[in-house]
Design a protein around this ligand. Structure first.
Ligand code: NAP
Length: 304
């Protein structure tokens, strides 16, 4: 039975790997389907301390990965499907195999939310996207909308101005929840308009997005807006489905932590770090911080 499994390969998982490997725990990290996590879908990361000129998200995750591997973290390209308690440890079942570990750190992150409106699913990859970094290039000189009012929506809108002729941010209320600096950049950008109090109720197009139906959330009036691309940036859902009730979750569906140590969960010997256990801060730097805490918690738990 190995000492430690780390489930997930974002900033929390890799940081846990760095710390646990340096503590000689020889951690095994399951990187899952979305290797590198949400930062793989980001452009410039400007607020991670240590990178004074900023760094691209995917490049940053490669650096994290290199650092975790340098100290001996074993990285498996497998997705954990389930976890169960066995004597003195835990059994993980992946897409390829089963493994046994004495402790587990869960850092499986969170995934983008979708609106769930007509046309959204059918037109994904044909004008509907949740990743400007991945798909922005296809909208050179086109008109696009970004749905949402948080930092992600601001970031997507600003990034899209590099390609699109015009970007309209569609928000369901009359104020953004994004940080002031990001709001200011969006509101002062001459390629970006904001449509307040509007909800996308349908995305239309024959094989490619051609328009959206927008409902005014105050008057309920519906208008059709011709558009080439729809970028959805309305938050995230924690990746906990593989747990199948194995751990206690909070009312928002994130893993409950902190009963004994910062990253302890409802099951002794299982720790959680990063976005899967954080509905509030959700920053790369806070995820990395909790990844470090989880590795230290796991190490001390093994000692005891
Ligand atoms: P978020 O802060 O939760 O914002 C989600 C936005 O989507 C909100 O404006 C929300 O509207 C809207 N929304 C949610 N469901 C919707 C629906 N069904 N239809 C229409 N609109 C909907 O999520 P986020 O922007 O992804 O940010 C998550 C966290 O990551 C935040 O802590 C953020 O600061 C951080 N982040 C930071 C950076 C950065 O610092 N560079 C970049 C990206 C993200 P309401 O406002 O009406 O609820």
């Amino acid at each position: 039975m190995d000492d430690l499994a780390i489930i997930g390969s974002g900033p929390a998982g890799y940081t846990a790997g760095i710390y646990a490997a340096r503590a000689n725990l020889e951690p095994v990290l399951f990187e899952g389907l979305e290797s590198g996590g949400q930062l793989m879908l980001t452009t410039d990361v400007e607020n991670y301390p240590g990178f004074d000129q900023g760094i691209m998200g995917p490049e940053m995750m490669q650096v994290f990965k290199n650092q975790a591997e340098r100290f001996g973290t074993k990285i498996l390209t497998e997705t954990v499907d389930s976890i169960e308690k066995i004597e003195n440890g835990f059994k993980l079942t992946t897409s390829k195999n089963t493994y046994e570990f004495k402790t587990v750190i869960i850092s499986s992150g969170a995934s983008a939310n979708w609106l769930g409106v007509e046309g959204e699913k059918e037109l994904q990859g044909h004008g509907v996207s949740a990743c400007a970094t991945c798909d922005g290039f296809f909208f050179k000189d086109k008109n696009v909308i970004v749905v949402g009012g948080g930092d992600s929506a601001m970031e997507e809108a600003l990034f899209l101005t590099k390609f699109a002729k015009n970007v309209t941010v569609i928000h369901r209320r009359d104020s953004f929840r994004a940080s002031k600096i990001m709001q200011d950049r969006v509101l002062s950008h001459d390629q970006i308009n904001v449509s307040w109090n509007k909800e996308v109720v349908e995305i239309k197009g024959e094989g490619q997005v051609s328009s959206v139906l927008l409902k005014d959330s105050q008057t309920n009036e519906v208008e059709e807006k011709e558009i080439d691309g729809v970028f959805i940036a309305i938050g995230h859902t924690p990746n906990v489905s593989f747990l199948n009730g194995f751990l206690e979750l909070d009312e928002k569906g994130y893993i409950k932590t902190g009963s004994t140590t910062a990253t302890s969960t409802s099951v002794p010997g299982v720790f959680a770090a990063g976005d899967v256990a954080d509905s509030i801060y959700r920053q790369a730097v806070t995820a990395a911080g909790t990844g470090c805490q989880a590795a230290i918690d796991a190490e001390r738990w093994l000692e005891n």
